[in-house]
Design a protein around this ligand. Sequence first.
Ligand SMILES: Cc1cc2nc3c(=O)[nH]c(=O)nc-3n(C[C@H](O)[C@H](O)[C@H](O)COP(=O)(O)OP(=O)(O)OC[C@H]3O[C@@H](n4cnc5c(N)ncnc54)[C@H](O)[C@@H]3O)c2cc1C
Length: 360
Amino acid sequence: MDQAKGKFNNIKVSIIGSGIIGKSNAFKLSDYGFNITLIDQNEIHNSSNAALGILMGKIYQKRTGRSWILRQKSSDLWPKWINILQNYNSKLRIEKPLLQLTDDLKKIKKLNTFANNYPYDDLETVEANSSILNPINKMFKGNRLQGIISHQDGRINPRVLLETLDIALKSKNIKKINNQVIKIEKNNNKIWNLKLKTGEILNSEIVILCNSLDSLNLINPEIYGIKLKPVIGQAVEIFQERENTNFLSLPKIMNINGKNLITISKEKMIIGSTDEYNFKPEEYYINELFEFLEYKPNWLDKKYISRKWFGIRSRPEGEPSPLLKSLEKGLILCSGFYKNGILLAPACSDWVLKEIKKHI
Ligand SMILES: Cc1cc2nc3c(=O)[nH]c(=O)nc-3n(C[C@H](O)[C@H](O)[C@H](O)COP(=O)(O)OP(=O)(O)OC[C@H]3O[C@@H](n4cnc5c(N)ncnc54)[C@H](O)[C@@H]3O)c2cc1C
């Protein structure tokens, strides 16, 4: 690593977008001595801040292809990253395990077969008579939920993660500019000029576009054949004070019939998320967060919503998510994280580092 440091010391890298992907790239590259600048104009409202932070790595059933490779890599890297990041914030951790449950008999069978096929991945079958199901059956009365436990998957609180990365980046002297990049172009010396909204020009050898949907505004998408569409994700927190309701009796992180549930306290639970192919969140889709079971428990009702929020993600059209591409010398695209951006961040940062090495 020290050898690498010397090699990349004077190379300027500009990262546009400071969501989880931009910050993770900055964090990874900072170990190699690059001269890094991270630019973002409005990170509070990005999709990373809206995320639930669930890590679905080992629980992913399709065990071939790029998506699996990225998940596998990230599942290995996250514990290592957390170890390092805990030096900056001891509160950061991965909460485990993740329970995937369903009342669909066909899916239960498929999940069981899957768990049995991968005995070394810490996947445990939850049979109908398993004691783990007692509190779940109590709270989700009437629904015959079964499934699997993934002991290596779980959740990272995204807000804590983003804050921790900020602390780490600051201590590593990564420059952060609170501004919008409105134009990028290559000058005659083959250096990239980045024009900021306030008129300043930055230059750098390497530009990494981590600005999700807005990356399309800085490049000519037709030249590179890139299409991205917006996908809104809404999530809610419910607050329920009934005496017989105690969310803490439930496993902390569950995926039930495709919806993610996170226990926050005795009275609070987060449920997410929707997939809306639009720029504006629609109230109508919130119903999906309450209508995913055959028998709806009383506490699972829209009237108990105490907080709701959304984020806009970008989904590639005509090719799988995410888009990891070198567009031309010194210009790298790291976008289209329609889902799983939190999970995939370390693996994608690894890819970016390898790609940069090809450019210099
Ligand atoms: C409700 C919800 C729940 C989710 N749950 C999960 C989950 O459980 N697990 C998981 O892994 N993923 C989850 N996701 C997905 C995850 O949030 C995304 O995949 C991830 O946040 C994408 O990160 P990003 O850095 O690419 O984009 P963003 O976080 O959107 O960041 C892009 C940044 O670019 C900046 N920017 C844009 N244009 C410019 C410009 N011209 N100049 C400077 N800056 C610019 C923006 O201000 C923004 O801060 C969820 C998403 C939502 C909405």
